[in-house]
Ligand binder design. Sequence first.
Ligand code: GTP
Ligand code: MG
Length: 306
Amino acid sequence: MHLCSMKNLMNKPYRSGFIAIVGRPNVGKSTLINQLIGEKIAIMSPKPQTTRHRITGILTKKDYQMIFVDTPGMHKGKDLLNQTIDQIAVSSLSDVDLVLFVVDHKKGSAEEHIIEYFKGQKTPVFLVINKIDELSSKSEIDEIIMSYLGSYDFEGYYPISAKNQTYLNRLEESLVPYLPEGPQFYPTKMRSDQSEEQLMTEFIRERILFHTEQEVPHAVAVIIESMEENKELKTLDVSALIIVERATQKQILIGKNGEKIKKIGTEARLEINERFSKKVHLTLWIKIKKDWRNRPSDLKAFGYGE
Ligand SMILES: Nc1nc2c(ncn2[C@@H]2O[C@H](COP(=O)(O)OP(=O)(O)OP(=O)(O)O)[C@@H](O)[C@H]2O)c(=O)[nH]1
Ligand SMILES: [Mg+2]
């Protein structure tokens, strides 16, 4: 054996790469990214279309760095906001080293629509079958896999439960060979490329998703208006604006005697306090902006789009 090949055996090359997580809304993509990197960087909710941005989660180990890209659930939406966020997911397919296509139950038309996007590109795709905790037997997993055989040449099939962390280690190990040799792109402690401000708006929006129904969650945007250290009280004073489309939605958010908005505010504040280890004083305002989801300038102002 040559000396240089011995050296290669002893010094494993560092690997680093980008892995996109795509799939239909609500299959558990954000839950998966949070569990993989061990920190909540993407909000999660039982409502479809929770994620609206391209969110980066960074996992750094001794031998490799994986940069996961969480994407909005792909579907054919009607309004401009939906088309914009669908485009974010589609554009995440290129310029990555690997794609994790997350599904839960059997293949439907949404999955077929997404598979069409894979056909035009060369990036390898893993089929990740999530929520296996909801299945009662292994044969149900086999049935799901069978329903995908023949529709695309997947690189591998990975049943998991993101919620219960089942088989996540196995999935992570299987990703390593797909990372090219490369440098550590981000500092070891960095978990996401989101700013504090972005995370705060998302935590507030998550609480709104939990406390509202039907069209309200989709009609809401949140922006931080101001953020200031209060030296006297040793607090961080944050003022956030919740945008809705109609007066009825504003009423729903306020709730009887203002109880709903109070609850949303308290829960968001507690989470922000804990996450940033700061005592936060949070003030929420609600503003009506008719049809903002169809106005390019509003979408941009509220942080949507690339
Ligand atoms: N039973 C079960 N539920 C899960 C699992 N993973 C995620 N969920 C639930 O599925 C729902 C959707 O999870 P998200 O992570 O927000 O899904 P998403 O794919 O990011 O959704 P969008 O952002 O809307 O595209 C939440 O209620 C999660 O708790 C799992 O492994 N098992
Ligand atoms: Mg999501």
